[in-house]
Design a protein around this ligand. Sequence first.
Ligand SMILES: Nc1ncnc2c1ncn2[C@@H]1O[C@H](COP(=O)(O)OP(=O)(O)OP(=O)(O)O)[C@@H](O)[C@H]1O
Ligand SMILES: [Mg+2]
Length: 430
Amino acid sequence: MQFDFLKNLSEKSGRLVVGLDVGTTKICAVVGEITPARETDEGFSPGGLNIIGTGAASSRGIKKGVITNIEHTAGAITEAVQEAETAAGVEIKAVHIGITGRHIGCLSSHGVIAVKEKEIGQKEVDNVIDAAKAVAIPFDIEMLHVIPAGFKVNGQNGITDPRGMSGIRLETNVRIITAAATSIQNLVKSCRRAGLDVIDIVFQPLASAEAVLTQDEKDLGVAVIDIGGGTTDIALFYEGNIYHSAVLAIGGGNFTNDIAVGLRTPTLEAERIKKNHGCAMISCIKGDEEIEVGFADGKLFRKIPRRYLIEILQPRAEELFGLLKHEITGKGFHKVMNSGVVLTGGAALMEGMDVMAESILELPVRIGVPAGIEGSEDVKNDPAFATGVGLALHGAEEDMAEQVSDNGSMFPDIRTKVRTWFSDVLKLRN
Ligand SMILES: Nc1ncnc2c1ncn2[C@@H]1O[C@H](COP(=O)(O)OP(=O)(O)OP(=O)(O)O)[C@@H](O)[C@H]1O
Ligand SMILES: [Mg+2]
């Protein structure tokens, strides 16, 4: 990916981060420039992430979020990355990528240590998290994220950062997100084949959450539901931390297939009909609307009442939100979902999805689009970009945390350590 005529912005201005969302439907690369906090003539500017270019390609070689053909996936990654390079005028060498699929697991664990120094430092925090990580997992499963969900010092809980505190007993609860080692390897191999280094791998709904949720929602309790093409990923947050996660093997592709079978039309035409006329609930549409449906050769059209289309889509939406209700209410998590549910991902764009979600989940629902960024309006209004933007935001956060620790801060972000562990996993696996 050599563009001699392009300048590498990273050397001239702010640092760059690239989020690469390897989805079932599309692969998209989001290039962001980190704008540091600074004093301006107008006052203090907190800094942030400016999206300077994006690129997208239709996915190939990916089923239900999992890579089935490395060569095809690498080709689609190259296409998306080259488009983003041209749009942003930079050369992309390294990316932050997302991972999903039914192989993802989520478990909780507890760690406890005695503090010998009487004052808790980074070493004690590392040790207690190591103690919590000591759980038996199958040899073909890797720990993707180990996220501390608060600490306890001498029995006192609710502590987010114990460093600098006095105490003799330190405890922590961690959420561990696991992934199949082979899926991680195939993802990394596909990126390598496309000439890219992988800086970090993030569970996709965690990245989407970074882009669409507010800190307040995460503190009060919220579920982010990313309805993509192949999978629906759910991540629940409470008191600022991930609480539970799950991946369902239903996505927008199932709605399209149902239309193709139900209306006897090609998949491409079914996709067009879904995007232009789809709706998740019959009660949301007017009774007498008609739509045109293409025949098998794509040239002839016939008119049908729109109601016929919605009669196909509604049961699939009911099935999806029924499964999600089982995942949230069935396990008692609805009691802490005080900020309700945020729907994102491309399939959340279908009319009536929020109304259907609200009626089945019995929680307030909003559609989440990428927020907290500058630049492209298209990206800001499209829930399909939630994961890509979230990955770039995650990269920016890691970069800033690194700057803080490089500058000799006594208390670097606790999450920096989590990322470092993962780098070790990457090294082992490459
Ligand atoms: N306006 C729309 N109405 C209905 N569905 C839509 C609309 N726009 C996009 N979709 C659907 O959204 C899905 C793609 O969403 P998205 O781009 O988030 O998926 P992905 O990230 O590629 O897949 P996954 O996350 O499952 O790996 C497709 O099924 C597409 O048909
Ligand atoms: Mg996705």
